[in-house]
Design a protein around this ligand. Structure first.
Ligand code: GLN
Length: 451
């Protein structure tokens, strides 16, 4: 049924870069066979899923939304892919994304933009717009995203779906193409909080193949999602996430959610995290710096595209030509920014300062979490904007992640879930919940209570 749905409507939405019809049908049959043999099946066995095209899939193309990996067929599965398969989940295909996960609208994909199912002229968020659009258009009930600065939560917010960035290190990054390794985190996307929890449990947990993977039990997220409750919970409203640039209807729905939390028995306080005002600036030094290092591996020699290799050019020239042809404008911008920020003479002033700000942001969170159990904010300052509106204005695009970036810098767990439609445009608004590292279950307990 989901493959039929994709065939019927994805021409309009463009959520998928690759639909793996044969693989999906084979996986579904394998689950049927298991059931026929009377074998025990997990809770998600046979459930279809849309996988962001940043995770390697053995034998199935993986492009990261870039021309530089066009035609590359990975010889191995990412740990997330492996765990999905082990859970009996049916991977329908690979979803569209901003090139190398750099963007907030999916317009930076080398393969064309994805549309928001609520209004096809608008962006579905980014970088994981394909995954969230697939959920919102009922092409898949589950999806996987990655969140470096908001790429799970912001698309969830603008498509009226649920997205969770687990605690950094909670989900393995092995086989997840690297953008900014100290920030990148894979996580679940779904239409309900409980669905997200079930998927979270299927993919999370220690992986010896990822040196930053947390070697601790996975927080009890499914149990929390089944027991939504905020009675006596201390909730902090971050003062800095409001004011200029925040759409009236977004603030209205957010304030109603805060009211609902109060009615359900939470103790709500307003608090300040002063360093959050510098989060965006710090992020746009740290993420490009790490990107400039990580993307050095795309040299035209190892995998994917190779341009100009006619026997007359040096390896260096082939690498230059390949990168010129293979990387899009935003990726080039970030590599240049990062290379500059890391260059000797500027390192302390830019990268060094950004790392200090990162520590201050972490301390703001630590202080806040001595007073409250979770923090809440709108996920994004505005609802989905029209395709093209911010395409030529990187600064305007970067502002979409104003509220989501601090949790990446500190490594905390955070969720976005729908909290109604903005009255002025009828588009979905997201409520963000942030919990301390390793307390991912709190997100689900709160999310299930207000859902
Ligand atoms: N929009 C942010 C960026 O462009 C975040 C991207 C992400 O989380 N992958 O970097």
């Amino acid at each position: 049924a989901h493959l039929d749905r994709i065939a019927a409507i994805d021409e309009k939405v463009h959520a998928f870069l690759h639909v793996d019809t044969d693989g999906a049908l084979a996986a579904a049959r394998a689950v049927d066979d298991k059931r026929a043999r009377g074998e025990k099946l997990g809770p998600l066995a046979g459930v279809p899923l849309a996988l962001k095209d940043i995770f390697t899939t053995e034998g199935v193309p993986t492009t990261v939304g870039s021309k530089i990996l066009e035609g590359w067929i990975p010889p191995y599965d990412a740990t997330v892919t492996k765990r999905l398969k082990a859970a009996g989940i049916v991977i329908l295909g690979k979803t569209n994304m901003d090139e190398f996960a750099m963007g907030s609208s999916t317009e930076n994909s080398a393969y064309g933009p994805t549309s928001n199912p609520w209004d096809l002229t608008r962006i579905p968020g980014g970088s994981g717009g394909g995954s969230s659009a697939a959920l919102a258009s009922f092409q898949a009930p589950l999806a996987i995203g990655t969140d470096t600065g908001g790429s799970i939560r912001q698309p969830a917010a603008v498509t009226g779906t649920v997205g969770v960035k687990p605690t950094y290190g909670g989900v393995s990054r092995y086989g997840m193409v690297a953008f900014s390794s100290s920030l990148d985190q894979g996580g679940p996307c779904a239409r309900t909080v409980l669905d997200a929890a079930l998927l979270h449990e299927a993919i999370a947990g220690h992986d010896p193949l990822d040196s930053t993977s947390i070697d601790a039990p996975v927080p009890p997220v499914v149990e929390a999602a089944r027991n939504g409750d905020v009675k006596g919970l201390r909730v902090g409203v971050v003062k800095e996430f409001a004011g200029e640039g925040y759409q009236a209807g977004v603030m209205q729905r957010f304030n109603e959610s805060v009211e609902l939390l109060r009615e359900l028995g939470a103790e709500v306080v307003e608090l300040s995290c002063p360093s959050f005002s510098y989060a965006l600036a710090a992020y746009y030094l740290i993420a490009p710096s790490e990107c400039s290092s990580n993307l050095a591996r795309f040299d035209g020699l190892r995998y994917g595209l190779r341009t100009g290799d006619d026997g007359t050019r040096s390896a260096e020239e082939v690498t230059s030509l390949t990168r010129e042809a293979g990387f899009g404008p935003e990726v080039k911008r970030r590599i240049m920014l990062g290379t500059y920020a890391l260059s000797s003479g500027y390192y302390d002033a830019y990268y060094g300062s950004a790392q200090k700000v990162r520590t201050l942001i972490t301390r703001d969170f630590e202080r806040a979490f001595t007073d409250v159990d979770v923090l809440v904010s709108p996920t994004t300052p505005t609802t989905a904007f029209p395709i093209g509106e911010r395409a030529d204005d990187p600064m305007a695009m970067y502002l979409a992640d104003l509220c989501t970036i601090p949790a990446n810098l500190a490594g905390n767990a955070a969720m976005s879930l729908p909290c109604g439609l903005a009255p002025e445009d009828g588009l979905p608004v997201g409520l963000q919940i942030i919990a301390p590292a390793l307390a991912d279950d709190r997100l689900y307990r709160v999310g299930a209570a207000v859902e």
